[in-house]
Design a protein around this ligand. Structure first.
Ligand code: FAD
Length: 393
């Protein structure tokens, strides 16, 4: 048994960790969040835009008391979507009403700022890279940081992402390569610099798929277009087989070479990209991963269920995990083992179908006929929506 005010350590200040700190605070429970970055401004570029699902990401923002902040920054029109084949033929186009709040987009950096601004600043310790954590008696843990400091806690929450240092305390599972690699590209100030590209992409996202490849583009809220070029290849292919990311002109030419028979208006997204190109091997934890709950330690977000981005769900799930865990702890602060067990039982059940979708959609979309497969999927969603059964995307 623990004292009724447990000392909670959250390791990692991504969307999951910040949501957890905030929702606990809303419920009157203080936690300490340890983040590796040395301050909130150090990480340039927080990544692209995220669609916030009503039942998970948006629900978490509601529980965090941040509905108004979210609505002010959300971009419902970002749900627009176009699907092309590699010849530049438009196969499907979906336009969104301005007030459609099912899955509005928000830039990740904007969302992180909303959460950061809402959390008691004294509860965040920056520059705290967790090296390792070890169990003590009674469910407590000792945390050792790279700066030589150490602390102990009653509840340790690993919110430290794909390469979690907390995960080994609950499971031996490690991320594995999905067979797909992305290169992340962007074009800044696209409306002014490349109006034809801006018009092609429109207000939301564009997918061009086929030949085991993809060009997947999304408009961000800061006037930028962000493109993920996807290849089916082994994990070390990006760095070992000839894309010199430190020489952008050469890298651009090499990537374009893989799309030489694709429509030039699509490959313009590569041709005119900025010089910063980021290799992103897509990693995932085993689908259906579970573990027997351990006293005093648990995981949220990518640390618990890293999956490919093809379900568009990782950030949404991280935020849902935060709410589920905060609620379990709030309801049972004096019995942390029971709170962890309640949370993890729910977690394992709701993550499984989403992880299956992420894996299945990756296989469908980055395939020889990804364009046709995605078109069929969209028709299936439309049919389900017409029947009023929604359907997971
Ligand atoms: C290309 C791409 C596109 C995506 N698109 C979407 C999408 O559209 N919708 C969606 O819902 N999801 C999407 N995702 C998934 C989403 O980005 C992640 O699931 C989400 O960011 C996970 O949040 P998190 O808080 O668990 O981890 P993270 O965001 O990874 O945060 C982890 C934090 O922990 C810190 N940290 C790491 N190690 C340590 C340590 N040892 N000590 C202390 N701190 C540490 C890090 O600095 C970081 O701040 C996408 C992912 C990718 C790669």
């Amino acid at each position: 048994m623990h004292p009724t005010t447990p000392r909670i350590a959250i390791v990692g200040g991504g969307l999951g960790g910040l949501t957890l700190a905030r929702v606990l605070q809303v419920n009157g429970i203080e936690a300490t969040l340890y983040e590796a970055d040395i301050n909130r401004h150090i990480r340039l570029g927080q990544g692209g835009t995220l669609d916030m699902h009503a039942e998970s990401g948006q629900h978490a923002l509601h529980e965090a008391g941040l509905d108004a902040e979210f609505r002010a920054a959300a971009r419902p029109e970002g749900q627009d979507m176009k699907l092309f084949d590699k010849h530049g033929t438009l196969l499907s186009e979906q336009a969104t009403d301005e007030d459609d709040m099912d899955r509005p987009e928000i830039d990740r950096g904007v969302l992180r700022d909303i959460l950061l601004d809402s959390v008691n600043p004294d509860s965040i310790q920056w520059g705290k890279y967790l090296k390792d954590a070890s169990p003590l008696t009674g469910g407590q843990h000792a945390l050792h940081f790279a700066d030589g400091t150490a602390t102990t806690c009653d509840l340790l929450v690993g919110a430290d992402g794909a390469w979690s240092h907390v995960r080994p305390l609950v499971t031996a599972a490690e991320p594995d390569h999905s067979g797909v690699n992305f290169v992340e590209l962007s074009i800044t100030d696209v409306d002014r610099t490349h109006p034809a590209i801006a018009e092609l992409v429109g207000r939301g996202s564009l997918y061009a798929l086929g030949d085991n490849k993809g060009i997947m583009t999304q408009r961000n809220g800061d006037g930028r277009i962000r493109t993920y070029v996807a290849f089916r290849a082994r994990e070390d292919w990006l760095t070992m087989y000839g894309i010199p990311f430190d020489r952008p002109d050469v890298a651009r030419t090499v990537i374009l070479g893989y799309f030489s028979d694709w429509a030039p208006e699509l490959t313009d997204l590569i041709r005119y990209c900025d010089d910063t190109m980021l290799p992103r091997p897509i990693m995932q934890l085993p689908v259906g991963l579970t573990w027997a709950s351990k006293p005093g330690v648990t995981l949220i977000g990518d640390a618990a269920h890293l999956m490919s981005p093809f379900a568009g769900a990782g950030a949404n799930l991280a935020m849902r995990d935060a709410v589920e865990l905060a609620q379990a702890v709030t309801e049972n602060p004096g019995n942390l083992p029971a709170a962890i067990e309640t949370y993890e039982k729910a977690l394992h059940a709701y993550v499984l179908p989403v992880a299956e979708i992420a894996s299945h959609h990756l296989d469908l979309m980055i395939s020889p006929d990804g364009d046709k497969q995605m078109l069929a999927l969209l028709k299936q969603f439309d049919a389900m929506a017409a029947q009023g059964s929604g359907g997971d995307r």
